[in-house]
Design a protein around this ligand. Sequence first.
Ligand code: NCD
Length: 309
Amino acid sequence: MRQDHLISATQLSRADIEAVLDRAAEIDADPAAWQGRRAGTVLGLCFFEPSTRTRMSFDAAMKRLGGQTIDMGPVESSSVKKGETLADTMRVVEGYADAIVLRHPSEGAAKMATDFVDVPLVNAGDGAGQHPTQTLLDLYTMRENAGLDGITVGIMGDLKYGRTVHSLASALTNFDVRQHFISPESLSLPRSVRYDLHASGAQVREHTALDDVLTDLDVLYVTRIQRERFPDENEYLKVAGEYQIDVAALEAAKDSLTVMHPLPRVDEIAPDVDGTDYATYFEQAHNGVPVRMALLDMLLANAEPEGDR
Ligand code: NCD
């Protein structure tokens, strides 16, 4: 991968994706061999929105490579509270860190931030925009469980505001994957994402009922309704509680179905699914560490002078 920053999954070619996934598999096979590989490196974590998995797995990834992390902490205890702009925060943090991970509620924030930093910057979620590192671990999990070519994937839930959906749908166009999108009409794919999918020649269909496609699916990727992004709480309440699955709802599915979810889940997947062979979402969350180790290692190598890689 030759990029300096990772802002959108649309940047990633099939070769880029496979390079990260292959490196992650190497790390997974022998994690101890990578300890110390990036000793002396400092990663800046700047999260302007809540996060558990993304923040902690980046933190773990950097430490497992032998580096260290510095964390801006909650927005309430940072200078953002005093009115500091994102541009100024980024200009300052780039002087403290060798790479920056940024999560922000505004779509486009990560792209904008790249104007102010010279160190590699990774978008860990920009509003309803993109979440490309989630996509890399989603693809890693999919490859391990279902393969990445010749499969049928259903993506269900909040396709409008779900940034993990936007990134995943775009990355899947690099593979021989049929994509089915299942959502209430009010939460269907944004026009721009749908346009890009069609322009790439992807095999895409949209539905309002899971039952229309369930029997065809190799992977079902369930997402949370993104309550915090609804301009009107009443609109959220109209769709809350829809598009939930439990073991009974999966009765017609293939035995080999892989059920994924970027987490956190609220009530989209009933706890009775957790103990079944379908459930892959906790494994998926754990894959965040080797995948982010692989990505950080590659981005940091790109940032080094050629002779040091
Ligand atoms: C997702 C996110 O932040 O977009 N979480 C994550 O990073 N695993 C999904 C979500 O919040 O629903």
